[in-house]
Design a protein around this ligand. Structure first.
Ligand code: FAD
Ligand code: NAI
Length: 475
């Protein structure tokens, strides 16, 4: 006998668990299936984000930043420390604790919202009259039936050809988050978001980190001015970043990994490291879903094909998050999950792709929303730019963190904000003001005329907005 629901959600990452909760709030009878197991074999909802992504990486970034500050920044505050040491096992245990709190938080939210949770692998069994049968393979096998199905099965790390992840020497994000001792020599392939965040963690703890990037430009999706500043700062911190390389082969031995590559000048090189993190992007995950069995259409990258409303080619089957087109970000997945639940309820769920913020949690942090200067130039759009350095911000000086700047880009005629780009302290928090401003179609003058607390980093947002009209007050 199958268990009846209005909606079955497959996957309890940020896309799936948020869709399930919103659907339950809207009065639907909802089930959510997730197969992730914790170290004891129990359920660990939250997906990549909670288990091997956003949350554990930010926990390690915080621990390693604390260590870095204690070693390099505390002395100027008059705080003397001797014999500073990092206990990696303790640091990893703390990270695991933070992950567990989040797993338990989601199970609590399911209970609170009366979402039925099933631990196991969900797959399409068959289409039935007015819906679908979904098989759950777990400790106990179950069959669920629902009119609507939301697929939120996420993504997995892409491996280099011929260099499968062993999570010992050749590491995906999973292995990169549980290296048991600081490696002397760490290699990173790909200078994208994961490469820079995880490279920063292990560099701060003492590893000699070399990053090999295929593209000739650093952080191509980021505003050129910010990318240039970031490359300068990261290099100064000690990350050895090589651009324009071609990886030829990766050989993993008992004690080391050897990467053979051709550098930007065309010379053959080898890099020997103790561990190698491969962070060259992620691929949509549909394994085990039996997409082909029910005719669910995938594109050439393996992503589920959806329209602007996250509708698939099958009636009443929806897909959200990393498994579909668009940026692979937790908050994008969440927004799509909410929008789909609301559309099923007959409401007008909406995701504004122009105002999705991006953050890279390096030090300094990088955050942006909207268009970059190079995009505006390529479009031929007339714009004005205003920039303010954190060096001129009182709070940044008091914090001892004055690197970077805020840049506003506004339409030359209407002054509407088109993009905001930040490299500097707490950029991840500051960017929220820019997102709100852009959602409300604010002009740079609007931000320039809003009272910002003093002393605060947010005054740099106001000053950069003032800079658009060439009237900064503190620079
Ligand atoms: P996922 O989180 O991947 O969840 C999918 C879930 O579905 C998983 O639990 C999986 O077990 C389950 N599943 C898959 N198939 C089945 C099946 N057939 N049956 C049952 N269950 C199934 N994004 C940010 O916005 N900010 C960050 O700071 C950030 N940091 C990151 C750091 C790292 C190291 C990585 C790897 C990613 C990071 N991301 C970050 C990206 C973010 O993790 C993803 O965009 C987000 O998790 C996507 O959510 P999702 O719900 O689509 O998929
Ligand atoms: P990425 O797309 O950010 O970066 C991959 C990099 O690898 C690119 O610069 C690419 O040019 C390079 N590359 C590709 N093939 C290569 C090769 N053969 N040799 C050398 N370099 C190569 O992907 P990443 O870092 O794996 O992260 C995946 C996704 O996870 C991100 O795009 C992002 O959506 C998400 N994420 C988000 C975070 C955040 O929001 N702070 C943090 C971490 C991940």
């Amino acid at each position: 006998m199958s268990k009846q629901f209005d909606i079955v959600v497959i996957g309890a990452g940020p896309g799936g668990y948020i869709a399930a909760i919103r659907a339950a709030q809207l009065g639907f009878n909802v089930a959510c299936i997730d197969e992730w197991k914790n170290s004891e074999g129990g359920p660990a909802p939250g997906g990549t984000c909670t288990n091997v992504g956003c949350i554990p990486s930010k926990a390690l970034l915080q621990s390693s930043e604390n260590f870095d500050h204690a070693g390099h920044a505390f002395a100027e505050h008059g705080i003397k420390l001797a014999n500073l040491e990092i206990d990696v096992a303790r640091m990893l245990a703390r990270k695991d604790g933070v992950v567990k709190q989040n797993n338990e938080g989601i199970l609590y939210l399911f209970k609170k919202n009366k979402v039925a949770f099933f631990h196991g692998r969900g797959s399409f069994a068959k289409a039935v009259d007015g819906g679908y049968e979904i098989a759950v393979k777990g400790k106990a096998d179950e069959v669920l039936q629902a009119r609507h199905v939301i697929v939120a099965t996420g993504s997995s790390a892409r491996a280099l050809p011929g260099a499968a992840f062993d999570e010992e020497r050749i590491l995906s994000n999973d292995g990169a988050l549980r290296i048991g001792a600081v490696p002397k020599r760490l290699g990173v392939v790909g200078s994208g978001v994961i490469g820079l965040e995880m490279g920063s963690v292990w560099r701060r703890l003492g590893a000699d980190v070399t990053v090999l990037e295929a593209l000739p430009n650093f952080l191509g999706a980021v505003d050129d001015g910010v990318a240039k500043e970031a490359l300068k700062l990261f290099t100064k911190q000690g990350l050895k970043i090589q651009l324009g390389v071609r990886i030829d082969a990766v050989k993993s031995g008992k004690k080391a990994v050897t990467v053979s590559y051709v550098d930007a000048k065309g010379a053959s090189q080898t890099l020997e490291v103790d561990r190698l993190i491969v962070s060259i992007g992620r691929v949509p995950h549909t394994e085990g879903l039996n997409a082909e069995g029910v005719g669910l259409a995938l594109d050439e990258r393996g992503a589920i094909v959806v329209d602007a409303d996250c509708k698939t080619n099958l009636a009443n089957v929806w897909a959200v998050g990393d498994v579909v087109r668009g940026p692979m970000l937790a908050h994008k997945a969440e927004e799509e999950g909410v929008a789909v639940a609301e559309r099923i309820a007959g409401q007008h769920g909406h995701v504004n792709f122009n105002t999705i913020p991006w953050v890279i949690y390096t030090s300094p942090e990088i955050a942006w929303v909207g268009q970059t200067e190079q995009q505006l130039k390529a479009e031929g759009r007339a714009y004005k730019a205003g920039q303010f350095p954190f060096l001129a911000n009182g709070r940044a000086r008091a914090l001892g963190d004055t690197s970077g700047f805020v840049k506003f880009l506004a339409d030359a005629k209407t002054d509407e904000i088109l993009g905001v780009h930040i490299i500097g302290p707490m950029a991840s928090e500051l960017i929220a003001e820019a997102v709100v401003a852009m959602e409300f179609k604010a002009s740079s003058e609007d931000i320039a005329r809003i009272c910002h607390a003093h002393p605060s980093l947010s005054e740099s947002m106001k000053e950069a907005a003032l800079a658009v009209d060439k009237r900064t007050l503190n620079f």
